[in-house]
Write a protein that binds this ligand. Structure first.
Ligand code: SF4
Ligand code: SF4
Length: 308
């Protein structure tokens, strides 16, 4: 096992093993929707899913690193229940599962039972629900999912992506209407969101980002065709960059990219390039856009090799 730590200090520790708080599993990119703000370009036309080799590698690495939380995200995860079941049933440690879903499967309570009962240790259901999803999701869906989750002791919340400040009103209305918790996330310029230009717009450069590190430092993701990475955003979905993902978690954590993106602040990474705040624009207030700006100056855009 690799001897280091990604605890919030971001310092490497010679006596501790890598601690992974959460593991994001992306079983595939097929989805029932084609949302403008999708960070990974999922749609009904996408066919890429985890290969057999990738499934075996994920099972092996999860049993080695034993993250407490496994987050299922996509694509629409419920299209991939066979893969999800296969991974979860082969894990030999204690874990809890979060499902992110667009709710397209949740037409009635018996269908919800049929789908969600196949997900081992399900603790939290996050329904993507915002102006991009909300206008096309049946208004009964949040209520049905909430009822099912309440009866089974599963937490349920609405996840709202924010493109502009007024989207918060949508979230407040949804909270009142459905009586459940709501979480917010500013849309990064990743995947289809970058193509459609619906990322959150900053009016000025907010320099507090310079004191931050990759917001995903305690999380590892596996992206089909790319591998393990702390990145689940701009660098993974806007480019094919060598060194941003590894074929194993061990390989990832040995990389320059992992050490710098989880261990150094954006300000320190910028300084290493001999640059200052003067080189930045308002859009670089978004951590992933700033990270992309920095890494594209370092990583050759040739030499990408898909894993698995
Ligand atoms: S944002 Fe979610 S629901 Fe929309 S296309 Fe992407 S994965 Fe599907
Ligand atoms: S783009 Fe950079 S900051 Fe954003 S998730 Fe990826 S590694 Fe982290």
């Amino acid at each position: 096992m690799v001897l280091l730590s990604t605890q919030s200090s971001g310092q490497f520790c010679s006596e501790k093993s890598l601690v992974i708080d959460a593991f994001n599993l992306v079983p595939g990119f097929r989805c029932t929707r084609t949302c403008d703000h999708c960070s990974n370009d999922s749609s009904p036309l996408r066919t890429e899913a985890l290969s057999e080799n990738e499934v075996l590698t994920i099972i092996d690495q999860l049993n080695k690193y034993q993250p407490a939380q496994i987050v299922l995200t996509g694509g629409e995860v419920t299209i991939y229940l066979d893969i999800v079941e296969r991974v979860l049933k082969n894990l030999k440690f204690q874990f809890k599962v979060t499902l992110t879903t667009n709710g397209s499967f949740a037409g009635d309570l018996s269908r919800i039972e049929k789908v969600l009962s196949r997900i081992t240790n399900l603790e939290l259901v996050q329904l993507s629900f915002d102006k991009f999803h909300g206008s096309s999701i049946d208004s009964k869906t949040p209520q049905l999912l909430k009822s099912y989750c309440n009866a089974k002791g599963i937490r349920f919340l609405l996840s709202v992506c924010v493109s502009e400040a007024k989207d918060l009103e949508f979230a407040a209305d949804a909270k009142d209407k459905y009586g459940c918790d709501v979480i917010f996330q500013k849309i990064e310029a990743s995947g289809r969101a970058k193509q459609t230009g619906v990322q959150f717009k900053y009016r000025i450069f907010e320099n507090k980002v310079l004191d931050q590190k990759c917001p995903n430092s305690g999380t590892i993701s596996f992206t089909p065709g790319k591998g393990f990475s702390n990145c689940c955003s701009n660098l993974i979905f806007n480019h094919k960059l060598a060194g941003v993902a590894g074929g194993t978690i061990d390989e990832l954590v040995e990389s320059r990219f992992f050490k710098e993106s989880t261990g150094l602040t954006f300000g320190a990474r910028l300084k290493e390039l001999g640059l200052s705040e003067a080189a930045l624009e308002p859009m670089h207030s978004a951590p992933c856009t700033l990270c992309e700006f920095i890494e594209l100056k370092k990583i050759p855009t040739k030499g990408f090799k898909p894993c698995g």
